[in-house]
Ligand binder design. Structure first.
Ligand SMILES: [Ca+2]
Ligand SMILES: [Ca+2]
Ligand SMILES: [Ca+2]
Length: 223
């Protein structure tokens, strides 16, 4: 019996020394938090499209279609993510739902970020992307496996050919998106999983910001 207790002690000791991983980022009332897209914790739903890191030293597999060059040099942290292959790079190319486009969130190329929220609240979501056309500028955002209306169809029209912050939701009436409609409601403090999923392939994702400030101006983030 003693040896069993000894073994249990060893197991318990090992278990205690291997503490569960701490969420890397704390989101609270102290102002916006900015997360690099490439620091994601997991991705799922990758059978048709997935996110690839591009940096000065890393690139997506060369056989995946991508018509434009790397934009890593001007990306924050020197790296970004892109959904590839990009089989609809122009409006003339066929739109294939479930392949190069998906209006339903949480179905394709889902990124996950483990974050710790130290305050409940409504968190507005801003994302910096690099878009070169009208078919690489849509994404969805969700929380803990839920995809609320307020996280669907983030859209960018202005700021082509440059890394550009926006927080706008595409609507029936305004295809370029309405500001102030993209947010996640966090009911209680604690660990949460913030998720992004594909709407259009070829989407280039540098970083995102969460803020309780409805008047947030991303210009404040520029050094
Ligand atoms: Ca591209
Ligand atoms: Ca595309
Ligand atoms: Ca980045």
């Amino acid at each position: 019996m003693r040896s069993i207790y000894a073994l249990l002690f060893v197991v318990a000791t090992v278990a205690c020394t291997e503490a569960p991983p701490e969420p890397e980022s704390l989101v609270g009332e102290g102002g916006p938090i900015v997360i690099e897209a490439e620091s994601f914790d997991r991705q799922t739903h990758t059978d048709v499209r997935r996110w690839y890191v591009t940096s000065a030293t890393v690139g997506a597999p060369a056989d995946l279609r991508d018509l434009d060059p790397s934009h890593a040099a001007a990306a924050s942290g020197g790296a970004y993510l892109e959904i590839l292959p990009d089989t609809r790079a122009t409006p003339e190319e066929e739109l294939v739902v479930g392949e190069n486009f998906i209006n339903e969130p949480g179905r394709m190329a889902v990124l996950e970020y483990d974050l710790e929220f130290d305050a409940a609240g409504r968190y507005y979501v801003w994302v910096s992307i690099y878009s070169t056309g009208p078919d690489d500028n849509g994404i969805h955002v969700g929380l803990d496996g839920e995809w609320p209306d307020s996280g669907q169809r983030m859209q960018w029209c202005e700021g082509k050919d440059a890394w550009t912050w926006a927080s706008r939701q595409r609507t029936e009436e305004e295809h370029c998106g309405v500001p102030g409609l993209i947010y996640l409601d966090v009911a209680t403090p604690g660990p949460r999983v913030v998720q992004f999923s594909m709407r259009e392939d070829g989407f280039e994702f540098d970083r995102f910001a969460l803020t309780i400030d409805a008047e947030f101006d991303p210009a404040a983030l520029k050094e």
